[in-house]
Design a protein around this ligand. Sequence first.
Ligand SMILES: CC(=O)SCCNC(=O)CCNC(=O)[C@H](O)C(C)(C)COP(=O)(O)OP(=O)(O)OC[C@H]1O[C@@H](n2cnc3c(N)ncnc32)[C@H](O)[C@@H]1OP(=O)(O)O
Length: 411
Amino acid sequence: MTTETRILRAEEWDHWYGRLELAFGGVADSDEERELWRGLTVPERSIGVWEGGSCVATSGSFAFRVSVPGGALVPAAGVTMVGVAPTHRRRGLLTGMMRRQLDDVRAWGEPLAVLCASEPAIYGRFGYGVATRHVNAEIDTARVRLALPEGTEEVSLRLVEPGDAQALAACEAVYARLVPGRPGMIERLPGWDRLGVLDPPGDREGASPLMCVLAERDGEVVGYARYAVRPGWDEAGPAGVARLRDLEALDPAAYAALWRYLLGLDLVSGLHSRGRPVDDAWQHLVSDTRRCQPRLRDGLYVRLVEVGEALAARAYQAPVDVVLEVEDAFCPWNAGRWRLTGDTKGAQCERTTDPADLALSVRELGSVYLGGVPLAGLAAAGLVREERQGALAEASVAFGWPVAPWLPHGF
Ligand SMILES: CC(=O)SCCNC(=O)CCNC(=O)[C@H](O)C(C)(C)COP(=O)(O)OP(=O)(O)OC[C@H]1O[C@@H](n2cnc3c(N)ncnc32)[C@H](O)[C@@H]1OP(=O)(O)O
């Protein structure tokens, strides 16, 4: 039977999304979740592969702007909702959708594509590299103490309803102020604030509804944490677990006040946090990191759709003048030599015929793009070749960044 790949029509959304759910194992989302994603889906950026009136593959993207080193917000297609029907796997449908999507993203003038992968093995072949990692932790709150920076006592805490419009707006204002300083953070588009407070009862696994605590100083909201508590008891007594959804703060005292609150919750002996930045400050405040069991996971995958434009859009933490020989089989318009010059203030990246200093694939460029993966580490793995002695060390320093890149939420 022949297939047709085309843009989604809004009225097809229920069928299309149902097919995505099927690709993920067939469990239907809650009504609340469904309505959220229905509202966030951009039909003209979403595609389906259709066969005999039925959708057999789905894919879409959001028109994000992602924070990059130096603070610029760069247009990036946030690739999402990728699924192929179990009956149609491994015959090239994903590859066809990736082809169409990257051509579209290029035509829309977005120099980056980004995604969260369901499995790390899928997207490297299309030029996506792991650019951010995050830390999951299980903190033994009965044993771990927190050092408190000056000013912590001046911060007051207030519990609010997470979905309350005023509280939500205050949290969003804190988030917005942090975006330019942290590569990888995504500027919030209208409607995305609801993702942070999505709380379908069926997903709580015995935990309380989501709670929100605001940190305030002189009447101004300077931070927030959203969390839920799953009560529990064992032979030794209370063994509840607090699950941290997200936490943002504008200064060290507000940050510490929120962590102290979470670590001090009564009847709770564990704080489970997921998806925190690799340089999250709690790691320097706790008395015993071993009892926090930190584990690393891959976060945001980055694909440079237009190499020259993307590299020129970020800043570099040291002066750099380097010729990159880029290999890109899937988007051949990027292949060839590029001269990158730049520093902390900005950069230029142009085509050149000069000899190469470093040779690498576009996937490795995606990995180093947000400053969190050292070029030197990729070279040690044989993934970057140094053609001019000294170029690797210079470029590796320049591509780094003092703040670890971080993706605060999935999409
Ligand atoms: C951004 C997101 O939305 S992430 C969500 C991704 N979706 C899911 O995980 C849902 C469940 N999985 C699926 O729907 C499908 O298996 C998909 C989308 C992952 C792959 O779709 P397919 O149409 O089977 O992929 P396609 O046939 O184009 O495969 C291309 C290549 O990728 C490989 N590949 C595909 N899926 C996987 C995987 N999960 N792990 C490893 N390799 C994979 C194939 O073997 C093939 O390799 P080859 O070129 O060397 O032969």
